[in-house]
Design a protein around this ligand. Sequence first.
Ligand SMILES: Nc1ncnc2c1ncn2[C@@H]1O[C@H](COP(=O)(O)OP(=O)(O)OP(=O)(O)O)[C@@H](O)[C@H]1O
Ligand SMILES: C[C@@](O)(CCOP(=O)(O)OP(=O)(O)O)CC(=O)O
Length: 390
Amino acid sequence: MFSATCVAPVNMALVKYWGKRNEELILPINDSVSMTLDANEMCAKTTITASESFKQNRMWLNGEVVTFEENARLMRCLAGVQRLALANGAHKFSLSWKLHIASYNNFPTAAGLASSAAGYACLVYTLARLYELPLNEELTTVARQGSGSACRSLYGGFVHWRRGSSADGSDSIAVPLAPASHWPNMHMLILVVNDARKKTGSTRGMQLGVSTSSLIQHRAKEVVPRRVKELMAAIESRDFQAFAEITIKESNQLHAICLDTYPPCVYMNDVSHAIVNFVHDYNETVGSLQAAYTFDAGPNACIYVLAENVPRLLAAIQLAFPNDAQQSVEYLMGIPVPPVELKNGLRDASIGHVNPNNMLKYIIHTKIGEGPHQLSDDKSLLIDGFPLPK
Ligand SMILES: Nc1ncnc2c1ncn2[C@@H]1O[C@H](COP(=O)(O)OP(=O)(O)OP(=O)(O)O)[C@@H](O)[C@H]1O
Ligand SMILES: C[C@@](O)(CCOP(=O)(O)OP(=O)(O)O)CC(=O)O
């Protein structure tokens, strides 16, 4: 019996991936750039055990059985890593041995918090550890086939997914741009929005976008290449003003494309728009861009902010979005924030408008982080190949 246990982080796109040129291989129509988030606050954790005695591949996600063999994306990732293992020849056991896989996300799955990125990155990375393969470009092409954004979660810091041009996808790879240590005070506040509506998933939303939006090709050809260059320069010189402007414009263009889709995909809701207004007001009053929002395929806001500006921004958010649960540990999660004294209330907090109570569900404070890593065997999620009792 052989086993490996790893954790992998979530990543949040700055220049967004939206649209595929090949659905099966998950090849994008444009490059994207992301920041990897600290796995201490949000991560996927996966254990994979291989045994000669296992009859079939089996998987448990958050304790529930997953029909592994029927999930084309999971099977593609497994086949992709096994193909690399066969070529590498270093594995200690036969590739015909079946696998038992258990995975947990320490944050809500399928809630628009990029669980698929962390989940597939963790699956592919753990398989690579099990078959003793290195983390390299080829491995990112496998993670990409689980979920496009997953290829960027194989590295820490800032990551560039190059769209590539070959038909087989071999040059559609993720590459690290700068490690987390390059800009260690880059933090994030995730404002999780109360929302009961069913969303159109990213996969379906971008399919509809490619087939019906007339703006999407202009974005892919003209806008994204320029923004990727500008963002890379902003990251290199740690220029938060340029970084924030590109990030905000990118998020807004993604959602403009979504509205240009027919029928339109509406991901942001009234609360999301209230957050947008708040951030612009806040930045205007403090006199520079201190907060940069970005929204993926859902209503939750991710706000990039430098560590030194977190306490004041958070105090302003608490005033602008009052919440009955404000003082509870379940409301404000993640890295602790020192309280700030605001003598003149709203004026000191740089906000003008107070929203109705309880528009936010909870807030996660996190920061830039490292890529996946392996844990020791005592952290395994499987005992003798079966999930630990809950
Ligand atoms: N830890 C994991 N291991 C393997 N697969 C996972 C894991 N976590 C999530 N997934 C897969 O990702 C799917 C959820 O992806 P989905 O895109 O719906 O949600 P999300 O990634 O949380 O949201 P979004 O993509 O909008 O940010 C799950 O149904 C499952 O198939
Ligand atoms: C809005 C996004 O988060 C879209 C992510 O899409 P997915 O990677 O979830 O899509 P599939 O490749 O179909 O699995 C932007 C981004 O992460 O770049």
